[in-house]
Design a protein around this ligand. Structure first.
Ligand code: HEM
Length: 164
């Protein structure tokens, strides 16, 4: 495992997503009953060059194809994806990644809390999914810096996805 990866997994493990925590903390206190849903596809105009590095929307479609193949080949994640409409999930993932990277797309899927509620996802399974995404990005020769830009946007979502 490379240094980049270790760093990133440390980030996932919890403590150092400080900025996001700081942003959320006051909201939690003030809106205990009806916390607004976290944006599942936060557009970041600064990431447009990264969108190009990923090969635009066509690049994302090819990437997510391999990502889903990895998820299905991985015994840690396969049980979650085997029973669902994987073509639909792929379409939503492409749109989600596309919007995050400021591509010309619209994300029409549900928010991350709604989608993953009741799936009982453990942190180790979240980390497995990230590894499967990294493997797909490596195959598509996405440079580490670009990989980490996308992963940094996805990492804070563990708070909504991991429920076990
Ligand atoms: C940052 C991490 C993740 C992101 C960005 C993400 C994103 C998404 C998106 C966009 C969808 C489709 C939404 C829709 O249909 O409206 C989805 C569905 C799904 N995700 Fe995730 N996901 C993440 C982590 C995980 C993990 C760790 C697992 C399990 C190991 C998982 C299992 C599923 C399953 C089973 C569905 C299909 C649910 C259904 O059709 O009812 N996801 N995810």
């Amino acid at each position: 495992m490379t240094k980049h990866r270790l760093l990133f997994l440390a980030l996932l493990a919890g403590t150092s997503v400080g900025a996001a925590h700081a942003q959320n903390a006051p909201m939690r206190g003030a809106a205990m009953q009806a916390a607004p849903a976290v944006d599942p596809a936060p557009r970041d105009p600064a990431l447009r060059p990264v969108f190009e590095t990923f090969g635009g929307k066509a690049g994302l479609v090819a990437l997510v194809d391999d990502f889903m193949a990895n998820l299905m080949a991985d015994p840690r994640t396969r049980p979650f994806f085997a029973p669902v409409d994987r073509e639909h999930v792929k379409t939503e993932l492409v749109d989600q990644f596309c919007v995050i990277l400021d591509g010309p797309c619209t994300y029409t899927g549900r928010n991350m809390e709604q989608v993953h509620r009741g799936l009982d996802i453990h942190r180790s399974q979240f980390n497995a999914l990230v590894e499967d995404l990294q493997k797909a990005m490596d195959k598509h020769r996405i440079p580490f810096r670009a990989q980490n830009k996308l992963l940094a946007k996805l990492a804070p979502m563990h708070r909504e996805v991991v429920t076990k």
